[in-house]
Design a protein around this ligand. Structure first.
Ligand code: NI
Length: 175
C-alpha cells in the first residue's frame, strides 16, 4: 500500500482514454490499494487510475473519504447501464487543485464493473454518488470536468490551467 503522486491537468495520461483491464490480477489489487490510500490522503471522494499515471480503466469512490471503509467502491472496467435526469452542481478534481466548475451531470446512474475479486458488481447512485461515478468514468475516458463546461468557461479556465501546467505550479491559490 502506498500513497502515489497525483498527476495534474496537462499530463497526457489524463487526456487520453485508458485501456480496458484484461484480468483482475494481484497487480490490479495493489493498484486499487494504492488508489484508495492516495484518495484518502489527498483527501478526496474519488480517484481514477490515470490520476496516478496509470492508463487503466480502474476507479475508486468513497463519499466518506475513508472514514467508513465499508463504503469504499472499487470498480474495474466500469460502464454505464443507464443514466437519468440532469443536474448542475459544482465539483472539483484532485488533478486540478484550487479550481472548480459546474458541469451538467445525470441525477441518477446505474453502473457495472468488476470488483477486486473479478466478480461483476452493479451500483446505483443518486446525487453526489451519481456525480462521482460520472466524474471518475470521465477520467478513464480521458475527460475532465473542464471539458464539460460551456465553451466560454472552458476556454477561460484552460488559459489559466495552461499557465499552471507550464510553470508546474499548483500550490498557491488560483488566479
Ligand atoms: Ni477528478
Amino acid at each position: 500500500m502506498a500513497i502515489r503522486p497525483i498527476v495534474k491537468w496537462g499530463e497526457g495520461v489524463l487526456h487520453t482514454p485508458s485501456a480496458i483491464v484484461p484480468a483482475v490480477t494481484d497487480e490490479i489489487r495493489t493498484l486499487l490499494d494504492d488508489m484508495n490510500d492516495t484518495m484518502i490522503a489527498a483527501p478526496g471522494i474519488g480517484l481514477a487510475a490515470p490520476q496516478i499515471g496509470v492508463g487503466l480503466r480502474v476507479i475508486v469512490i468513497n463519499l466518506t473519504v475513508g472514514e467508513d471503509p465499508k463504503q469504499l467502491i472499487e470498480l474495474v472496467n466500469p460502464e454505464y447501464i443507464s443514466r437519468e435526469g440532469e443536474v448542475k452542481e459544482e465539483e472539483g478534481c484532485l488533478s486540478i487543485p484550487g479550481y472548480a466548475g459546474s458541469p451538467v451531470r445525470p441525477r441518477f446512474v446505474r453502473v457495472k464493473g468488476l470488483g477486486r475479486d473479478g466478480v461483476e458488481r452493479v451500483y446505483e447512485g443518486e446525487g453526489l454518488l451519481a456525480r462521482a461515478f460520472c466524474h471518475e468514468i470521465d477520467h478513464i475516458d480521458g475527460k475532465l470536468f473542464v471539458d464539460r463546461l460551456t465553451p466560454l468557461k472552458r476556454d477561460l479556465m484552460v488559459r489559466k490551467l495552461r499557465k499552471r501546467a507550464k510553470a508546474n505550479d499548483w500550490d498557491d491559490s488560483p488566479s
